[in-house]
Design a binder for this molecule. Structure first.
Ligand SMILES: [Cu+2]
Length: 147
């Protein structure tokens, strides 16, 4: 009985905290690419959803595994896709931006071991509206692109 009352109180406090911040951004289906030992990098993907009436810009990302996290995009250079570092990722007002293999991603640079399916990686995203978003992303294998 006491336990359930405490739990209810804790849940209420959590709901109040969430409402007070009115966070605009949520991350849907985050995941990190599985890589074998020896790979210096991997990448994180997700869909960022903005419930506010203003565009919001992702300005910084950190992760628990590597010292550096960069925002990258892929660009077509004479028919060859190349990764480029970008300064920010815009999330449109009342809209989504999708980070996916072959497109936008968060590059995790400086891995010191394998990242294996079943692992979970904590990431922190910072936005230009002052919001920070803590994410736990499961690790998944990514199949090579089909022909
Ligand atoms: Cu990259």
């Amino acid at each position: 009985m006491l336990k359930s009352i405490l739990l209810t109180a804790a849940t209420s406090a959590l709901l109040l905290t969430t409402a007070a911040h009115a966070d605009a951004i949520t991350a849907l289906d985050p995941f990190v690419r599985e890589v074998p030992p020896g790979s210096p990098t991997t990448a994180a993907f997700m869909t960022l959803h903005n419930t506010s009436d203003s565009p919001v810009r992702l300005i910084n990302a950190d992760n628990e595994l590597t010292a550096h996290t960069e925002m990258h995009n892929h660009v077509d250079v004479d028919g060859v896709m190349q990764m480029r570092q970008i300064e920010h990722i815009d999330v449109p007002a009342n809209g989504d931006v999708t980070l996916a293999p072959g497109g936008l991603h968060l590059m995790m640079i400086g891995l010191e071991g394998a990242v294996s399916e079943g692992d979970k990686v904590a990431l922190t995203l910072t936005f230009d509206n002052g919001e920070t978003l803590d994410i736990t992303a499961p690790v998944r294998p990514i199949m090579p692109m089909s022909h």
